[in-house]
Design a binder for this molecule. Sequence first.
Ligand code: C2E
Ligand code: CA
Ligand code: CA
Ligand code: CA
Length: 278
Amino acid sequence: AKQSGSSRFKVYDESCQQNFARRLYIESELRYALERGQFTLFYQPQFDLRLNRVVGVEALIRWQHPEMGFVPPMEFIPIAEQMELIHAIGYWVAEEAISQAARWHRQGVQLRMGINLSARQFSDERLADKLGRMLKKAGLPTEYLDVEITESVAMESPERVLQLLAKLQEQGVKVAIDDFGTGYSSLEYLQKFDVEFIKIDQAFVRNLLGNKADQGIVKAVLGIAESLEMRVIAEGVESAEELELLRALGCDEIQGYYISRPLPPAEIEPIIEGYNQD
Ligand code: C2E
Ligand code: CA
Ligand code: CA
Ligand code: CA
């Protein structure tokens, strides 16, 4: 028993050391990822259930490293936040996504562009102004940009978030509360935020068909959104059945693998064209 105990510790110890080594490696490489051009953006369609058209996309960052290969954003974004690299990365994402949206606009494809903002970016007082300048430079009408902030970030420092949201909305930028249902929203703040979109987290969509409790939550969110005049985007829709149920419940838009996985611009274009031709 003693032996198996110590070998178990050894295994634990090794994987712990490996995790630590990977973390250190990511930290050292993340510093150069931007200048080395290792980031790209993938885009995932947002499909309007009433218009039956793709009306927007969400930009999702991808890091392709020569040694590690693809490093998922869930792994490196929190590290980038701690290292304060998130500001530079966040501005790169905004600039790239806005230019892409502007390019599509010039080609007659008017899509809303959603970008993710992380917690740290909210402490940056120039954020709203900078985004405004980027939009102007690219020639994209401001109402086509939509920034996604997670419910937990919004509720962590609601007063600060309120200030930034006011500045963004003054410029005409739209705002979405991301991962809704996973944090602890006060309905009072939800009303104060006065955002355009609520995104229902994929955790509630995953078992929607078989799970009455999840259906109840989705119905409740749709009810709240309706009374606050917010639109609801359901995330993580992977089947026609889920799409139809969400349509029947009155959900406004969906996003998920059923419509398309996130893809680079050249690959997403024909997919969007396929949905939007009439
Ligand atoms: P998120 O904002 O909630 O993005 C949705 C995630 O769900 C994406 O993962 C997307 O690929 C995935 N997804 C979409 N449809 C489906 C589906 O039908 N089924 C399943 N199982 N998953 C689906 P991804 O791209 O790995 O991003 C993970 C998270 O990383 C994002 O969650 C977001 O919090 C963060 N992130 C991604 N890009 C950025 C960025 O540019 N800036 C910041 N600050 N965070 C980002
Ligand atoms: Ca998001
Ligand atoms: Ca989300
Ligand atoms: Ca999520």
